[in-house]
Design a protein around this ligand. Sequence first.
Ligand code: NAD
Length: 472
Amino acid sequence: MDHEFKLLIDGELVAGTDQFDVVNPATGQAFARCAKADAAQFEQAVAAAKRAFPVWAAESIEHRAMLVNHLADGLEARAGEFASLLTSEQGKPLDQAMYEVTASVHTLRAFAKMRLETVTLHDAGGNTVIEHRTPLGVVAAIMPWNFPIILLMNKLGPALVTGNTMVAKPAPTTPLTSLLFGEICQHVLPPGVVNIICDQNELGSLLTSHPDIAKVAFTGSTATGKKVMASAADGVKRVTLELGGNDAAIVLDDVDARQVARKVYGGAMANAGQICVAIKRAYVPEAMYDDFCDELALMANAAIVDDGSKQGTQIGPVQNKMQFDKVKALLADARVNGTILAGGEPLDRPGYFIPPTIVRDISDDAPLVREEQFGPVLPVMRYTDIADVIARANNSEYGLGGTVWGRDLERATNVAKQIDSGTVWVNQYLAIDPTIPFRGSKQSGIGGELGQAGLHEYTQAHIVNAIAFADV
Ligand code: NAD
């Protein structure tokens, strides 16, 4: 690829001190080079963000929101270019890549509409107590590889609108869309307000421990999230951790098995299963178990698995070799501990392709059920008792999302309320919107993104408690 992808530091697009290959997961071959920052460039990025902070924080929120809208305009104008690059580096089919880009535009615009209110807590007898919100300073944004562009916007939108500056670091296997966005930032924003640096996993711990970083907004695995939290502890930095999940789908006995199977299939297989809130295990009443599994297998066998850049592809490759190997190991275990109804073997071609795989008759303690598979593989378990299945769904260190499927909405909603996770969708999946807060319970995270609550995560609540001088 001809394009030269550069870092954004202090308003300049700069080459790294080194470069590394970015692999297209559909071929397993490098297709572009990415600038790599060393520790000195990392320090320059943090220093630039620190310098830019007081001026940016002093601008009106209307002015900052206007520039965030300009970023959205820039992204929208180049949506096709971003989507195509996203497919090349991430692997997702082009239509799903375009969806991620347009949702990113929508997210920036949604944050640009939000405002911080000053709340009067007390106003009597000459004593006024107000709570208002102030920005934190320099925010570190650290992203994973499954949704590289929208997960950056979920952080950048609220951070900038509320007056913070940022050093952003994408995942090493999907850095290019972030760097392309850096080109837009360079045109739109004052120098230093957003800095984007890339690494091969060396800079994360520097970011989370740097004394001039006030907050770390991290999305990634629970294992890395724990390191982020430990590293941030020393400076008592604010952290938002959006971590892993193992979402259960509970199918109730008053629905049509095949109709719901088709929905559950969609929730499990979008982005080749690499979604934090993908359906990662399904619990189905005994009486409809066979029909449900057979319909899933029909869907899986009919799926078009191919290079995401080809028209009509429904499922692209797994994003990287490490994840491909992890999913292959889970498949090997499922072959022994369950019955594979569809898929089960990687495709015999270059790239990291695993066809949609349906596994039945597998026990709750198999690794495929207990762990986060993060690939296009769905285990399906049977149940007879509703209280028991709720307990089984909750028997996980994760608590990110989940779905309940039932014709009787009141009963389904009542089941949803008993699932210990941040979000439960009833008769739908992945209904994520920038105006609705999103957060994990248990080891799926701390704090949250999106919504007014997500905006507040980038601020300090500040109390001013005043009485007239005459009353002193
Ligand atoms: P990962 O934890 O391996 O990496 C995430 C980011 O952390 C990368 O940018 C990486 O370079 C960086 N990093 C590595 N070591 C670090 C350290 N010591 N300190 C700070 N940063 C460090 O995650 P991944 O494999 O890229 O992403 C997949 C995971 O992300 C899955 O578990 C998935 O469920 C989760 N995820 C969660 C959400 C959510 O909103 N809860 C959304 C998407 C993905």
